[in-house]
Design a binder for this molecule. Structure first.
Ligand code: ADP
Ligand code: MG
Length: 457
């Protein structure tokens, strides 16, 4: 057997042993490239896969290889430029993944076939904070007064802020309390497709009848409603029939009703006729609480400092917050050791969509001055006022930590101080960050300020 044939046989064997997703993700993209004196060399497309194979699959791969070719005594993993075949495999894998995501027939065991609700979205997994309190309370009120209090409930907010989660949690909660209620969750795009094909097939009456039986209709991302007159006509009549019968409607959108240009006036005034609640980006405390909850759910203990780092830097989108955490957890599991803030910093740089922006001296000094309510001039000049001492030490510490400036550079920037003064301040605050609750809290808030100021520049 040459290496190609051997690898083919190994793949065949591994495919039998593993789930399809595991096989496609970790094994398929790699390739046996050589056998050198009893060592099989497996080429992997990236470090991530290399480490997984090494840590999780080494034993299994070795066993399979040995069974097929007894001269193999060990396996070595290398990272290599993908060959033509690997590129093709990678593309096939990507297609496989997107097919899985797009196929409507693909049955997700978490999705309730009758309500179309995903059971993973519950209130147990939902953190309530100042950013979503209003929408949350409205949802709670609906659960208690279905159809009779706020109808419709219209929730709007930016991408990844928890609209879908909240909508579905309301649905799930009602479903859990009373299985006799007819509930349907549907993304707006899917509803539009249904209406369009019912119009083509002349089955609008059936579609309406079907929706008429609902006690609760949840339509997600209503801003995707098409500007087509006929579609909105059907939509309007379904909406009215439900509404008039005291049946509950919940809608979500990425903006307010009056900012969705496609919506006809009469529909817009219907949307505005109930309760409108917004969801905003969460504050630092809430972001931290979300990260804590998610890591608890995954039963992984992530160091507090790492969670704080993520919460400080990922601000606008809870989905990204979760994505960053998942990356960290995956890395912790691969390397099987604790992860440092430096590791996370490196990782976030490549993870976040936009390049992760390093801050600058100005943003740090401005944020420190603002936070302590002192003037920038006082902070940087040789003032001896007592109340300036701590802010200045904090500024020195943060300049070192956040901009990686040298001690002499920092001394220069803060009124020509000696580098040993800066060093002393740095050590002092670093110690306080470990041991003093007040300083710790202040640093968290100032860092948040720094990165908010930065994104506003
Ligand atoms: P949207 O529909 O607004 O784009 P999603 O509801 O899909 O956002 O939320 C994005 C991700 O963030 C989901 O995985 C969701 O579970 C999570 N998430 C959002 N808000 C919260 C929250 N308050 N508590 C816990 N997880 C949340
Ligand atoms: Mg959504």
């Amino acid at each position: 057997m040459n290496t190609d044939e051997l690898w083919k046989a190994v793949l065949g064997q591994m495919e039998l042993n593993l789930s399809k997703a595991t096989f496609m993700t970790w094994i398929k993209p790699s390739k046996l490239v050589a056998k050198e004196e009893g060592t099989a060399v497996i080429c992997t497309p990236n470090i991530f896969i290399k480490e997984w194979l090494q840590n999780k699959f080494n034993k299994q791969l070795l066993e399979v290889l040995r069974a097929l070719s007894p001269d193999v005594k060990s396996v070595r993993y290398v990272i290599g430029v993908p060959t033509k075949t690997q590129q093709i495999q990678e593309r096939m894998y990507q297609e496989f993944v997107s097919r899985q995501e797009n196929t409507k027939d693909f049955i997700d065991p978490d999705i309730n076939q009758s309500t179309n609700l995903n059971k993973r979205y519950t209130f147990d997994g939902f953190v309530v904070g100042p950013h979503n309190e209003l929408a949350y309370s409205a949802g709670m009120a609906i659960i208690k007064n279905l159809g009779s209090l706020y109808n419709p409930l219209f929730i709007y907010g930016g991408v990844g802020l928890g609209k879908t989660h909240l909508l579905q949690a309301v649905g799930n909660s009602i479903w859990t309390d009373s299985k006799s209620k007819r509930i349907l969750y549907i993304p707006c795009e899917r509803l539009v497709t249904k209406i369009v094909s019912a119009l083509q097939n002349k089955t609008i009456a059936n579609l309406k009848d079907e929706y008429m039986t609902l006690d609760l209709l949840i339509i997600d991302d209503i801003h995707f409603i098409a500007a087509k007159e006929q579609t909105q006509e059907v939509f309007f009549s379904i909406f009215n029939a439900l509404h008039n019968n005291g049946k509950q409607i919940i809608l979500s959108s990425d903006r307010q009703p009056r900012s969705i240009p496609a919506v006809e006036e009469r529909l817009r005034s219907r949307f505005e006729g109930g309760m409108i609640a917004d969801i905003n980006p969460p504050q630092f405390e809430t972001r931290l609480a979300i990260l804590k909850l998610k890591s608890q759910q995954k039963q992984v203990e992530v160091p507090q400092k790492v969670l704080e780092f993520i919460a400080t830097h990922v601000q606008k989108n809870i989905r990204e917050l979760e994505g960053a955490l998942n990356r960290v957890i995956a890395t912790m599991q691969i390397s099987q050791k604790d992860i440092s803030v430096q590791d996370v910093e490196k990782m976030l740089t490549s993870y976040l969509l936009g390049p992760y922006r390093r801050t600058n001296t100005q943003a740090v000094l401005k944020s420190v001055a603002e936070f302590y309510g002192i003037s920038l001039t006082d902070l940087v000049k040789r003032s001896r006022k007592k109340e300036i001492v701590k802010p200045r030490q904090i500024a020195m510490y943060l300049l070192r930590e956040e901009t990686h400036a040298s001690y002499p550079e920092i001394g220069e920037k803060l009124g020509g101080r000696d580098h040993s003064t800066v060093m002393h301040a740095y050590e002092k605050i670093r110690n306080e960050e470990e041991n003093d609750e007040v300083t710790k809290q202040e640093l968290v808030l100032i860092r948040e300020k720094i990165y908010t100021n930065l994104s506003a520049l």
